[in-house]
Design a protein around this ligand. Structure first.
Ligand code: NAX
Length: 330
């Protein structure tokens, strides 16, 4: 049988911390399986290029059999040429004194042109995962700049929040993390995100019944998940990188391979008005994927008063972010 052609995967900000944790796993087959070759297309800005060359030397030194080629570039057209998966990781972090609105605008200047370059150069089956923060709104900007690429190809990453929440629940219940399923993150990848325990399950039973401690679920659990990123910076002196890369792998694999059985995964996708979320927001929902690139928002879940209020707050934040970048949207 003829070998399958390699899949081109673009990683932006490839010389950064998440890039360093991500590239070796893509190269080893963690993304598309042990018989799928890849071409790595790595985008950096000029100051990152020297470090990127060092990363490429290390990938070379791993002698990964699945790596067909590695392209390093500062040029958007080259980076996205023929790509089937674009992982948009590079962005400008918030600096002291910067307002959230400034952060949104600065990053809009990155994600608009990247969206256009994806539309102009990528493969016809291209899909995009935005990791760089503020990832929901960066994804909205990129998607809006590329109307030629169907809106259902654009994802922003809430999977790290899902994984964090699952581990907190598993540790509290004293079960292996694999026992926790159907855990969705609603809304924004920010401190307003809502990890939905009421619809989550532990060994198939409602998670809130197994844990039976509403005070913890609505208090420490919620704040631990919402503030986990800050806690890691405090402990490590650096923001989450390996766990973020792992979540990016999980997000892409969920779309590529499909979600299992009755379970779902968390991804921020374009809202078509599901659950009353304004159309067009890039909103974290529970998603089921069929393994052929198709996916749907899980419908029919119910929310109590507490959950409804949390989802209202995160929706309002995303709507305000969209207003902040209105000038950048076509
Ligand atoms: P680093 O600062 O280590 O790396 C970012 C890299 O991006 C740098 O090498 C920089 O040169 C490059 N870069 C900057 N502008 C670029 C551009 N216009 N084109 C190409 N490359 C560019 O950050 P890192 O820790 O890797 O984090 C990357 C992004 O992920 C940040 O925005 C961060 O906030 C975000 N995160 C998102 C998470 C999520 O769950 N969605 C969690 C982890 C992380 O906080």
């Amino acid at each position: 049988m003829a070998a399958k052609p390699p899949i081109h995967v673009t990683v932006t900000g490839a010389a950064g911390q998440i890039g360093y944790a991500l590239l070796f796993r893509i190269a080893s087959g963690a993304l598309f399986g042990p018989d799928q070759r890849v071409v790595l297309r790595l985008l950096e800005i000029e100051p990152g290029m020297q470090a990127l060359e060092g990363v490429v030397m290390e990938i070379d030194d791993c002698a990964f059999p699945l790596v067909s080629d590695i392209v390093t570039t500062t040029d958007l057209d080259t980076a996205f040429d023929g790509t089937s998966w674009a992982l948009l990781v590079g962005s400008i972090p918030r600096k002291a004194g910067m307002e959230r609105g400034d952060l949104l605008t600065v990053n809009g200047g990155i994600f608009g042109p990247q969206g256009q370059a994806i539309a102009n150069n990528a493969a016809s089956d291209v899909r995009v995962l935005v990791v760089g923060n503020p990832c929901n709104t960066n994804c909205l900007i990129a998607r809006s700049s590329a109307p030629e690429v169907p809106a259902d190809r654009w994802f922003a990453m809430t999977r790290l929040d899902e994984n964090r929440a699952k581990t907190q629940l598993a540790q509290k219940a004293g079960v292996p993390v694999a026992s926790v399923t159907n855990l969705a993150i609603w809304g924004n990848h920010s401190a307003t995100q809502f990890p939905d325990v009421a619809n989550a399950r532990i060994d198939g039973k409602p998670a809130a019944e197994v844990i039976d401690d509403d005070g913890w679920l609505q208090g420490d659990f919620l704040t631990t998940v919402q503030k986990r990123g800050a806690a890691i910076i405090e402990a490590r002196g650096l923001s989450s990188a390996a766990s973020a890369a792992n979540a990016a792998i999980g997000s892409v694999a969920a779309i590529h391979n499909g979600t299992a059985g009755d379970d779902w995964t968390s991804l921020a996708v374009v809202s078509n008005g599901e659950y009353g979320v304004p159309q067009g927001l890039q909103f974290g929902f529970p998603i089921r994927a069929n393994g052929a690139g198709g996916w749907t928002v899980v419908e029919g879940l119910t929310h109590d008063e507490f959950a409804t209020e949390r989802i209202r707050v995160t929706t309002e934040e995303l709507a305000a972010e969209r207003d902040d970048v209105a000038a950048l949207l076509p």
